[in-house]
Design a protein. Structure first.
Length: 616
């Protein structure tokens, strides 16, 4: 539940264009509501208090959870929650302070100390989940006990996970062996990738740069620069194909072996359990995407036309249109736009956005020593959240604000209603309000666009992002599945074999509508999530979330005001109900394979709008 724990928050990778028109005033967050400062004595007092409480919790419950009366199980869970809320504060404060200023000595020291203490406390408390899980997996009626009604779904989820737990000593051995075993392969990919030197021709000037810098050029306005960046990045990474394939092959084979020991029915099952969903639902989702590839290709063909090309090159898929303006926004305008978009949906719905802005819970200034990326971390005790991003005044930054403040809105709703254990929303649900916020922003910006080209810029931005999330990410899920299928058939996954499987999955999406550089066969080498050693299938939850929210938005447009209370209710549920049940609250049935068509309706709407503007 720590803010940096994956896969709690999926952040869609966005173009990280660096602008010179960043905000003038420093927009740093105010963390003093959690602790007064990184060196305040109250932090030590909180550590001492949590340690003492953890000791007495362990003394009271260790070895006994299996035989407690249901009402005492509830007391035990409540004690555990109270303790976790205290630990969460420590973890949150030290992590947020560090991520905003990673080079300051006091934030480094606190982060280092706190993360060791938090890890130690969680190790001491690990018996809670193991013992409770063992009990639920044996006593299937426990979640239905009236005294445990608040935790009913959390207990069912735990039971579903717990049947795959090994014994305590085996689990300890797995953790110990993984550290320099499969986790080392994950680490190797990361290190190797981030220590490559890439030579790119930037608007005609040859420059040597890091992988991260070169990656930022994939969205460059100059086509030749994009070509150079693409060829150079993937040519360089492909040159180390033996290393990447060795790492990926080892991780996938390890997953298959461990999955057999844990008695998973498929390599995807652990991810289905983590996402609180079912195979049939995800199969329906992915085949619906395959059934709609023509819709995406229609967009790609239109984009080629708008770019004056016979066919899109792989370096044009997410490129900005040459003829549209690079829209820029100052911070005051961005704040006003996000607030307006949320208020337009419903005044009360915008309460979290207003509160977050008023209490300065956002850290948006780019600065030396600040971590990359964007996220929103919930703060349960404060019934609030904290948003982290780097605002450079581009259209993309306005969408990031709308997205992250959507997470905050979601957090405010369920923190107000749910017990701590019920805020463990799976990835496929965690993105609901964030993507909804982007849709509110899209409607506002397209409605208020001052010119056709401004409207085109917004629509292309939205279709580029949605195209990647819905379609390209589906190809990644197929690719990952194909690796496991090959292992099961006893095939050896060498570098070229992995490349072939990637291009085959990719071409199921893009067909003949994109021209690919040969170097792009190595595209899979750089995706860190293929190498997450203990979390597989990081991909399809993005697809689910995007299409689910697109469908929800369609319902909103059809139902108008009547939709608003249902949506708020859905957000308030946190993880106390399954994603399928949450869908039903807003009138959506994810188990029906034809349901996903509704979400594609939104994609088609944006596409038709773009077709109209580009013709006029
Ligand atoms: Zn998100």
């Amino acid at each position: 539940m720590a803010p940096n724990e994956r896969p709690k928050r999926l952040t869609v990778s966005r173009s990280s264009k660096q602008g010179s028109e960043g905000p003038l005033e420093e927009i740093s967050w105010d963390l003093t509501e959690i602790f007064p400062s990184t060196t305040d004595p109250s932090i030590q007092a909180a550590i001492d208090g949590a340690s003492k409480e953890a000791d007495s919790f362990a003394e009271k419950y260790r070895g006994k959870i299996g035989s407690l009366a249901p009402v005492d199980v509830r007391r035990c869970i409540q004690d555990y929650e109270a303790l976790q809320v205290r630990i969460f504060d420590l973890d949150l404060f030290s992590t947020l302070a560090f991520q905003a200023n990673m080079t300051l000595t006091d934030t480094q020291a606190l982060h280092d100390r706190a993360s060791k203490i938090v890890a130690g406390l969680n190790k001491e408390l690990a018996f809670f989940e193991v013992e409770l899980g063992a009990r639920v997996s044996k006593e299937r009626s426990l979640p239905k006990e009236a005294s445990l009604a608040t935790y009913s779904h959390a207990l069912e989820r735990l039971g579903r996970r717990a049947i795959h737990f090994l014994s305590e000593s085996e689990e300890k051995l797995v953790i110990t062996k993984d550290q320099f075993g499969v986790r080392a392969w994950e680490e190797l990919q990361n290190r190797w990738l981030n220590t490559r030197e890439i030579e790119v021709s930037v608007e005609g000037v040859r420059k040597t740069m890091s992988y991260g810098e070169a990656n930022g050029l994939l969205h460059h306005h100059d086509r030749a620069t994009r070509e150079s960046a693409n060829r150079s990045i993937y040519g360089t990474l492909g040159g180390s194909g033996e290393i990447f394939s060795f790492a990926l092959r080892s991780i996938c084979n390890d997953w298959v072996n461990v999955g057999d020991v844990r008695r998973y029915s498929s390599p995807m099952e652990a991810s289905l359990i983590a996402n609180d969903t079912e195979k049939g639902i995800i199969d329906g989702l992915l085949s619906s995407v395959e059934g709609h590839v023509e819709l995406y290709r229609r967009y790609l063909r239109l984009k080629a036309k708008l770019m004056g090309l016979h066919k899109l090159g792989c370096h044009d898929i997410v490129a900005p249109l040459p003829q549209v303006p690079d829209l820029t926004y100052d911070y005051e305008t961005a704040k006003a736009l996000v607030t307006k978009a949320y208020v337009k949906f419903d005044d009360e719905y915008a309460a979290a956005v207003k509160d977050m802005l008023a209490r300065r819970h956002l850290d948006l200034s780019p600065r030396f020593g600040k971590m990359n990326g964007a996220f929103c971390a919930p703060w349960y005790r404060g019934r609030s959240a904290f948003v982290f991003a780097s605002f450079n005044g581009h259209l993309n930054d306005v969408f990031t604000m709308a997205h992250e403040l959507g997470h905050a809105t979601h957090d405010y709703y369920f923190e107000a209603r749910q017990s701590y254990l019920n805020m463990d929303t799976p990835s496929i649900v965690a993105e609901t309000a964030s993507i909804f916020g982007e849709l509110l922003m899209t409607d506002l910006l397209t409605g208020e666009a001052k010119s056709e080209s401004e409207k085109m810029a917004v629509l292309c931005h939205v279709l580029d992002e949605a195209g990647m999330v819905i379609f390209q990410v589906t190809a990644r899920a197929w690719f990952e599945q194909s690796l496991y299928d090959a292992i099961r058939r006893g095939e050896y996954l060498d570098y070229k074999g992995i490349c072939r499987r990637w291009t085959a999955a990719r071409d199921r999406i893009y067909g003949d509508d994109v021209e690919w550089f040969n170097e792009l066969e190595a595209e899979w080498t750089m995706k860190p999530h293929y190498y997450f050693s203990n979390y597989r299938f990081y991909n399809y939850p993005y697809v689910y979330a995007q299409l689910f929210v697109y469908a929800a938005y369609e319902r909103y447009l059809r139902e108008g005001r009547a939709f608003v209370p249902k949506f708020k209710e859905a957000l308030s549920l946190g993880s106390s109900k399954s994603p399928a049940e949450i869908g039903r609250v807003v009138g959506l049935d994810v188990a029906d394979p034809s349901f996903w068509d509704l979400g594609f309706g939104r994609f088609e709407h944006f596409l038709s709008e773009l077709e109209k503007v580009s013709k006029s």
